[in-house]
Ligand binder design. Structure first.
Ligand code: HEM
Length: 406
């Protein structure tokens, strides 16, 4: 879809180097003098064409200073203004500035905003009543960037404090004999493909939105420009991939993320976080289920939907600037919420819970880990309601849970 930008990027880089190398040798002084004389002549105001009453470079208000005395001066059309002050196009630019659409020969079917230089006035939430482009700029720079950035930082600091306060949760390290298959090869590959696409999108998105505050001062404008250009294209590629992998992950784990009555007991005791023993939960505890719905499912669908509009992949949408501005604002809100929530998931899935990472890397957990973290799920496996091994992956020859009494 967008391979061209990569080729263009490298061609441009090569061109820049080549251009610098191919600079022509300095010409003689006489030739330079002739060249600058030619430039001076070209920029000199053209002499007034005979009979057209043309304007040479003059201050418009010196031409007909009394024109402003006319009470209707402010309401002039451009034609009327041209009659009293030829060359004064203020009415035209005032109309353009307020979003009026002028004549254009382009078919609106192909160019719906043809003839419209500045968008009409709108009131975006958090911005004053102004032209849409300015409104979007205000929402982005006064609200989304400062508050979105703060939310991300707060999430990271909170996780850091949690780690220093509680360390890695759980006693079981999942280093014993693997007896229960927690994630099948299909679930794990869907998860990690999705995780890789997400991390790529998150990092490139953070650089595009916030990089100018922490990267540009270090890298300098040129290098930061190139990096952002490259990451924007990587973002446009990873987006559709994430859309597909996210859909697969959400469908795959949907059934086990539906709330059950046991979750209320878990929530009532905050999962045992305040005590020293975890409250029994099923395959996924309510914190994971909450993460699934409020960190992955809803913000994920909104982030992907608005992202596909920005990628111009939704037919009939993402054509006008207004649609792109609205899609961008929705996208930034949904992705910042998703990144802040998933920072928690990634933390719990690496440092936060002992042995959890191994579960998603190998797919298997030992008896102690299953019992400590997901006792109700473990009981169902022991009772034979859930098979201890769900996929045919043959790497783990072990006796059935029941007979081995695990
Ligand atoms: C580097 C990034 C990530 C890491 C290290 C990570 C790690 C993990 C780990 C260790 C588990 C197993 C937890 C358990 O056994 O209960 C897990 C489960 C899961 N992860 Fe991730 N993950 C990452 C990114 C993502 C992303 C981007 C998504 C989706 C947007 C996601 C969706 C899920 C889902 C749906 C589950 C199953 C648990 C549940 O449904 O609640 N993960 N992850």
């Amino acid at each position: 879809m967008r391979l061209i930008p990569f080729i263009r990027a490298s061609a441009l880089a090569l061109g820049l180097i080549g251009g610098a190398w191919a600079q022509p040798a300095p010409e003689s002084a006489a030739a330079n003098a002739a060249a600058s004389a030619a430039v001076a002549a070209a920029s000199a105001p053209a002499p007034a064409a005979p009979g057209l009453g043309g304007i040479q470079s003059a201050n418009i208000f010196e031409i007909a200073p009394d024109a402003t005395a006319d009470p209707a001066y402010g309401q002039h059309t451009n034609a009327e203004r041209g009659r009293v002050q030829p060359g004064n196009n203020a009415p035209l630019w005032r109309a353009v500035g307020s979003g009026v659409t002028g004549y254009s020969s382009l078919p609106t079917s192909q160019a719906p905003e043809a003839g419209n230089l500045i968008q009409p006035m709108v009131q975006y939430p958090g911005a004053r009543f102004t032209t849409a482009g300015e409104g979007w700029r205000q929402v982005r720079n006064h609200w989304l960037i400062p508050y979105g950035g703060s939310l991300l930082l707060i999430a990271l600091v909170a996780l850091l404090l949690l780690y220093f306060a509680k360390g890695s949760l759980g006693q079981a390290r999942n280093e014993g004999r693997p007896v229960i298959e927690r994630f099948t090869p299909f679930e794990r590959s869907a998860h990690w493909l999705n995780a890789i696409a997400f991390v790529l999108l998150a990092l490139s998105g953070i650089v595009m939105a916030f990089g100018k505050f922490f990267l540009q001062p270090v890298m300098g404008l040129q290098l930061f420009g190139w990096l952002t250009y490259l990451l924007k294209n990587a973002h446009n590629f990873a987006g559709p991939l994430f859309a597909v992998s996210l859909a697969v992950v959400l469908v795959t784990f949907l059934r086990d993320n539906i709330a059950s009555i046991w979750d209320l007991l878990w929530l009532k005791n905050a999962g045992g976080m305040l005590g020293d023993k975890q409250v029994p939960s099923h395959r996924f505890n309510p914190a994971e289920k909450g993460m699934y719905w409020w960190g992955m499912f809803f913000p994920g669908l909104i982030a992907v939907g608005s992202g596909l509009v920005l990628d111009k992949l939704v037919p009939g949408l993402g054509i006008t600037r207004g649609e792109m501005q609205i899609a961008h604002m929705i996208h930034l809100v949904a992705t910042v919420v998703m990144m802040s929530m998933l920072a928690g998931h990634i933390y719990m899935g690496t440092l936060g819970v002992r042995g959890a990472y191994k579960a998603m890397r190998t797919g298997w957990v030992d008896e102690e880990w299953a019992k400590e973290h997901h006792e109700l799920w473990y009981d169902d496996v022991v009772a034979g309601k859930i098979p201890a091994q769900r996929s045919g992956q043959g790497v783990q020859p072990q006796p059935p849970v029941r007979t081995a009494s695990v």
